[in-house]
Ligand binder design. Structure first.
Ligand code: GLU
Length: 454
């Protein structure tokens, strides 16, 4: 039994001991919770009611977790069985909202971490969105479109019981784009006989928001712009590297390029490309066709642009840059990579993926005093435009690209302001990690108290 009258540090340390014991095998979930909890001491000091109400204990338990079997047949008639999950983490601020990840690495652990992060991220967007995440250990790479469709239909045959426009609204994530959302929505509609915006990331010709595919990446670039402005600096002329060339990476590159930065390094599953001349509109069009249409490898980029180098199996963090944008997956940037970036003069790290920097890397960036933002703040543009897609679906209207972009820029600027405001209020000026955690926490915690013990 925890003694909630003890001082905050002792309470937090006891809380973490029990939390770690209860979730012993769930390493990334533990990492995500520890990262949040270590920044909350000043908040609990100021308002011990959060301790008395057991807000942390309640916040780290998902409200509901669904785990299910997903059987499907490949093109040769062979039967396969994958695991499906949906973690409905927190609905204090609105219906559960978050993506679906299709990747062999998906487990209950990874989805609990992602759903926990999503709860804070969604709180930061200022929109009425709870937090959730789902997915399967199914890998879309190497599968035919028919196989992907059969899998998605089977996945929804179970998941449709648990989602809905006012309950839980899935979207895309790693391995799950507009094609997969289309197949899932189709089956959902068939089973429920109901055409509502129960998914976001739909294609714009049947309910999707314009700019949703671009939103996470564009939002990352806008957030970096805001960060640099605090040091009277700008993206124009900056040498940049990114990591993953999925949806987030490609559109981060596009906006950075439009804002006058020079992206010289990027990577995929096979390795990285160093193109010292940088990306331009023509190269981006080539990359979009390669990645989104042909689903090819970056190895092909250097056949088209022979002056660039392909570095098999290597990441981008050793390429000298002013600004780095991790846009692939959790823990992709470790302490050694962080030190290499810093040694080469990197002054800003703005995360496009969820928790891509290890705790050692975060510590290195913060100690060096460079601008560093956690994904839950800087990559919130995607889910924010998902929120706008829900609004448009409810109103049965479509907004123009310009209207959505103006909202997105306003939301990213407001997240940036909240991070700095809460960091300063709780004696951590300029600390985007503390600011994002505290701002996200307070909104969810207060709503939970208002709604009582549910
Ligand atoms: N998967 C995205 C994220 O990590 C988007 C979620 C959504 O649009 O619901 O934020």
């Amino acid at each position: 039994m925890l003694n909630t009258t003890m001082n905050t540090q002792t309470y937090l340390s006891d809380f973490l001991t029990i939390f770690r014991r209860k979730n012993a095998a769930q390493h990334v979930f533990i990492q995500a919770v520890e990262e949040v909890v270590r920044t909350l001491a000043p908040v609990l000091d100021k308002k011990p009611q959060y301790i008395k109400e057991r807000i942390l204990e309640r916040m780290v338990e998902p409200e509901r977790m669904i785990a299910f079997r997903v059987p499907w047949k490949d093109d040769n008639g062979e039967i396969h069985v994958n695991r499906g999950f949906r973690v409905q983490f927190n609905s204090a601020l609105g219906p559960y909202k978050g993506g679906i990840r299709f990747h062999e690495s998906v487990t209950a652990d990874s989805l609990k971490f992602l759903a926990f992060e999503q709860t804070f991220k969604n709180s930061l967007t200022t929109l009425p969105l709870g937090g959730g995440k789902g997915g399967s250990d199914f890998d879309t790479r190497g599968k035919s479109a028919d196989e992907v469709m059969r899998f998605c239909h089977s996945f929804i045959n179970e998941l449709y019981h648990h989602i809905g426009y006012h309950t839980d609204i899935p979207a895309g994530d790693l391995g799950c784009g507009a094609r997969e959302i289309g197949y899932m929505f189709g089956q959902y509609k068939k089973l429920t006989n109901d055409f509502t915006g129960a998914f976001t990331g739909k294609k714009p010709n049947w309910g999707g928001s314009l700019l949703r595919p671009e939103a996470t990446g564009y939002g990352v670039a806008y957030f970096a712009q805001n960060m640099l402005a605090t040091r009277k600096d700008e993206l124009k002329g900056k040498t940049c590297v990114i990591s993953g060339t999925g949806n987030v990476g490609i559109y981060t590159m596009e906006k950075l390029t439009q804002l006058g930065a020079n992206v010289v390094g990027f990577m995929d599953y096979d390795g990285s490309v160093y193109d010292k001349e940088g990306i331009n509109a023509e190269k981006l069009a080539y990359l979009k066709d390669l990645v989104f249409v042909r689903r090819g490898s970056l190895k092909e980029y250097v056949q088209k642009y022979p002056h660039a180098h392909f570095r098999p199996g290597q990441k981008t963090w050793d390429i000298a840059c002013d600004c780095a944008f991790p846009t692939a997956c959790e823990n992709e940037l470790d302490g050694a990579a962080a030190n290499t970036l810093l040694k080469n003069g990197c002054r800003l790290v703005c995360e496009g993926a969820n928790m891509p920097s290890t705790p050692e890397a975060v510590q290195a960036f913060q100690q060096a005093g460079i601008l560093y933002s956690p994904g839950k703040a800087s990559n919130a543009g995607g889910v924010a435009v998902s929120g706008l897609e829900m609004t448009q679906n409810s109103m049965r209207v479509y907004w123009s690209r310009e209207e959505v972009d103006a909202y997105l820029q306003r939301i990213m600027a407001s997240i940036h302001t909240s991070c700095l405001q809460y960091a300063a209020e709780f004696a951590r000026p300029g600390d985007y990690v503390a600011g994002a955690n505290i701002a996200g926490f307070l909104k969810v915690a207060d709503a939970m108290i208002d709604q009582g013990l549910v």
